[in-house]
Design a protein around this ligand. Structure first.
Ligand SMILES: Cc1cc2nc3c(=O)[nH]c(=O)nc-3n(C[C@H](O)[C@H](O)[C@H](O)COP(=O)(O)OP(=O)(O)OC[C@H]3O[C@@H](n4cnc5c(N)ncnc54)[C@H](O)[C@@H]3O)c2cc1C
Ligand code: SF4
Length: 521
């Protein structure tokens, strides 16, 4: 291959589309440029099955990627026609003014799975090679340069030995490898460690648990909430978006710097659905899908000092291009993919894919609205590390002063360094109508991973009963269970959200096609 994209999310697919189009345009102009072999490798069995978002999409980068199309040509669900923000108590709610960062007029609700499938079709039509079911396990390097990737093997038995249907790992070389692997990517982390690339603050994360419901009552606006059911020292909130007259997407996002080791985002979302603000929409409806994913929340101060190297670029969530105060990442992912493609195109024409040539990508990003937007809100998420009330006041002042207050940088510890105390877990008995157990939820993610697969989760040698409890609350998919004083690991249940990778056992890529099979997330 000439160019490899690792991950078929909006960032990787946008990059592949823009690059293929630039080559076609150059060839049409009669330059004699040879065809370029562009590949996108994806760990999901089919495109879109591992993508999960809100989503409200700012269409600006889609318009740049497809200048000949109208908004109505994009696979978006509906324009935003209204929105409100509510502060919740356990039984009531107060509508509060919508913070300026949360205005969504002119944007659209969408399913990222549908967007990714559509982007995949556009890429394929331009001759891009799509390889779903091919997770990348490692980077191939030569000196300081990245020269390609190695995929995971398939068909291993529980002990890691080749079983029937064994497939060896495949090595694919490329002049440039683009890491578009999304949140908490192990390859992006490994490359940064190897190259000594740091950031002023460590990257920090939130976990979002989300459900899609068929509803009887239409929702005619976006709902965002703060407050209950979160404890006051946790950062987060919920969203509920219409995906048509009879469908809503509902989710709860919680920063992984929470202090109570018994906090359980899945259970909190189940509780939230019983609140008078949401219950009337869900009652009589049906849970269609369930899933979870982490979000890189560190913002500007957590961006890697460079997102380019010899033969390598980082794009989208893999680079941390998410603006948390507006809960937006998709249009930044697409835009960074476009910039990566333009830089690679110029580099290939010049026959030079060195770090110094590829540094043009960072200059493009830094001069763009990606860096400007993240800079404006640079301390907003970080202010909430001191709790909701202090954080809310500081965030208000930051908004009023365009990010100038308090100035400087609020330092953040890595999520895993935050001290935890064991609170009293509040279990919830699911009614299987509005609320569901983790086991039933995982079923709704479509996860049908082979249960004879070797575990892809690296657990430390000694796990105390208390830590086993912590993991079992943390993992939304019920992968970890405490059995006496031991930790039981149901690895096939994993839906690749990466939450425990942030706070506990490390996640590694496993056999292609394992994990969830999201359709409308
Ligand atoms: C709960 C939630 C709500 C959100 N709401 C919004 C919203 O309303 N609006 C908005 O704009 N943004 C929102 N975001 C953020 C947005 O979804 C992300 O910023 C965006 O999806 C990033 O795109 P990406 O292409 O970088 O990564 P992803 O969309 O995560 O795609 C990465 C792809 O890489 C694949 N992959 C990973 N590792 C490997 C590997 N080793 N080998 C092969 N393939 C691999 C994954 O399977 C995936 O398909 C939300 C995120 C969450 C979790
Ligand atoms: S084990 Fe899998 S599903 Fe559970 S938290 Fe970790 S990554 Fe998410």
């Amino acid at each position: 291959m000439d160019v490899l994209f690792v991950g078929a999310g909006p960032a990787g697919l946008a990059g592949a589309i823009e690059l293929a189009r630039l080559v076609k345009r150059e060839q049409a102009a009669g330059s004699g440029m040879a065809d370029l072999n562009i590949a996108v490798l994806e760990k999901a069995g089919s495109l879109g099955e591992h993508n999960l978002s809100g989503a409200v999409i700012n269409p600006r980068s889609l318009r740049e990627l497809f200048p000949d199309l109208k908004d109505s040509d994009f696979p978006l669900r509906q324009p935003v026609t209204g929105e409100s923000v509510h502060f919740l108590t356990s039984s009531g709610s107060v509508r509060i003014p919508t913070p300026p960062t949360m205005h969504n007029a002119g944007f659209y609700t969408a399913s990222i799975c549908e967007l990714v499938r559509w982007l995949g079709e556009q890429a394929e039509a331009l001759g891009v090679n799509l390889f779903p079911g091919f997770p990348v396990d490692a980077l191939l390097v030569e000196g300081q340069a990245v020269r390609g990737v190695r995929t995971t093997p398939a068909g291993l038995d529980r002990d890691g030995q080749p079983g029937s249907g064994y497939q060896e790992p495949t090595d694919l070389t490329g002049k440039v490898t683009v890491l578009s692997e999304g949140t908490r990517g192990p390859l992006s982390q490994a490359w940064q460690r190897w190259q000594g690339v740091t950031s002023p603050n460590p990257q920090v994360y939130a976990l979002g648990v989300k459900e899609v419901w068929r509803t009887k009552r239409p929702l005619d606006q976006l709902l965002h909430t703060m407050g209950w059911p979160l404890p006051t020292d946790a950062f987060g909130g919920s969203f509920c978006y219409p995906l048509g007259r009879d469908m809503v997407a509902l989710g709860l996002v919680v920063g992984l710097d929470y202090h109570d080791a018994s906090l359980d985002v899945h259970t909190l979302l189940q509780r939230l659905k019983l609140h008078p603000l949401f219950r009337p929409y869900l009652e009589g409806g049906e849970l269609l899908e369930w899933g979870a994913k982490t979000i890189p929340e560190g913002g500007f101060h957590a961006l890697p000092a460079r997102r380019h190297g010899d033969g390598l670029l980082l794009v989208g969530d893999a680079a941390g291009f998410v603006d948390v105060p507006s809960l937006k990442g998709i249009h930044y992912a697409i835009q960074s993919g476009i910039y990566a493609a333009r830089t690679i195109f110029e580099a290939l024409k010049a026959g030079d894919v060195s770090a110094s040539r590829l540094s043009a990508y960072d200059r493009r990003v830094d001069a763009s609205y990606i860096a400007q937007d993240l800079y404006r809100t640079r301390n907003m998420r970080l202010a909430f590390k001191d709790g909701f009330v202090a954080g809310g006041m500081k965030a208000g002042l930051m908004t009023l002063t365009g990010g100038r207050f308090p100035g400087g940088r609020i330092a953040m510890p890595p999520d895993a360094a935050v001290p935890r105390v064991t609170g009293a877990a509040e279990p919830l008995v699911p009614d299987n109508v509005l609320t569901f157990s983790k086991v039933d939820a995982v079923f709704k993610s479509g996860n049908a991973t082979r249960d004879t697969i070797p575990s892809h989760l690296l657990v430390g040698p000694e796990v105390s009963g208390a830590v086993a409890d912590f993991y079992s609350h943390l993992c939304p998919a019920g992968v970890y269970e405490r059995a006496g004083d031991e930790l039981r690991v149901n690895a096939p249940n994993c839906i690749d959200c990466k939450a425990t990778d942030v706070l506990g056992p490390r996640w590694t890529p496993r056999e292609g096609g394992s994990g969830p099979k999201y359709r409308t997330m």
